[in-house]
Design a protein around this ligand. Structure first.
Ligand SMILES: Nc1ncnc2c1ncn2[C@@H]1O[C@H](COP(=O)(O)OP(=O)(O)O)[C@@H](O)[C@H]1O
Ligand SMILES: [Mg+2]
Length: 229
């Protein structure tokens, strides 16, 4: 699903945010990407959806080398990827349902189809009665669920979440983790970056650790939750 070969990322003038990263992630894995603040987690995720390009090395996502993509290819790549951020990034002047539906509309779906998909997703995520609210009227946990609905509306094969629980209290963070586990059960690959080791729990299948831009550890574990390596 994802392959990185000798991937480096240097920010000007000469800061090495990622150093010679080599790894593969299989379809259907739920990967925690951990490391202290500044370790390179967000950079890693940004490379995967081509928000940035590596300074050296090759990245493949879903069989495609990202270096070769033209702008249409980048758009197609991003349609396959759902993004979730710490700060939700919802549009404050749109209703909840419009925030979610818009993500389908921008890929060419009709307004009617987008809305009906959004309504179904919001129902699945337990936000049935909040369709017409504005995001800022919701709790943090509800806002993150809206953001997750938006990330899922185009049926992504890959979900990238960057500190998705950073603004949530522990209980809501755990609920959010369960939600990611459910999304994975429906077939998506999940990569969830967090600096909070307390979040790394039984839902994941693998923990990749970055330390100052280097791959420091890579531990897979069985579905039973026991350590496999
Ligand atoms: N656009 C940028 N320009 C320069 N340096 C950057 C940029 N983005 C990130 N960095 C630096 O790269 C390092 C890794 O950042 P980041 O990937 O955001 O780490 P993390 O998400 O693990 O906290 C940090 O030292 C950060 O300051
Ligand atoms: Mg980060």
């Amino acid at each position: 699903m994802i392959q990185l070969e000798h991937v480096w990322k240097t920010y000007p003038p000469n800061y090495r945010a990622l150093r010679d990263i080599n790894l593969e992630i299989d379809q259907g894995e739920f990967v925690y990407l951990v490391g202290a603040s500044g370790a390179g987690k967000s950079t890693f995720l940004r490379l995967l959806f081509r928000a940035e390009e590596p300074s050296a090395g090759d990245i493949r996502v879903d069989g495609q080398s990202l270096a070769k993509l033209k702008s249409r290819g980048v758009a197609a790549l991003r349609r396959k990827i759902g993004l979730v951020f710490q700060e939700f990034k919802l549009l404050a002047n749109l209703t909840v349902v419009d925030n979610v539906a818009l993500a389908a509309q921008v890929t060419g779906a009709s307004q009617k189809e987008s809305r009906s998909k959004a309504v179904n997703l919001l129902r699945e995520l337990g936000l049935n009665d909040r369709h017409d609210a504005k995001p800022l009227a919701l709790s943090g946990g509800e806002q993150q669920r809206v953001a997750i609905a938006r990330a899922l509306i185009n049926d992504p094969i890959l979900v990238l979440a960057d500190e998705p629980t950073g603004n949530l209290d522990a209980e809501v963070a755990d609920e959010t983790m369960r939600l990611f586990a459910k999304i994975r059960a429906q077939g998506a690959t999940i990569i969830l970056a967090t600096h909070d080791l307390g979040l790394v729990n039984r839902y994941g299948t693998r923990v990749i650790s970055l330390r100052r831009g280097e791959l420091a550890d890579d531990l897979s574990r069985g579905e039973s939750g026991s350590s496999a390596q």
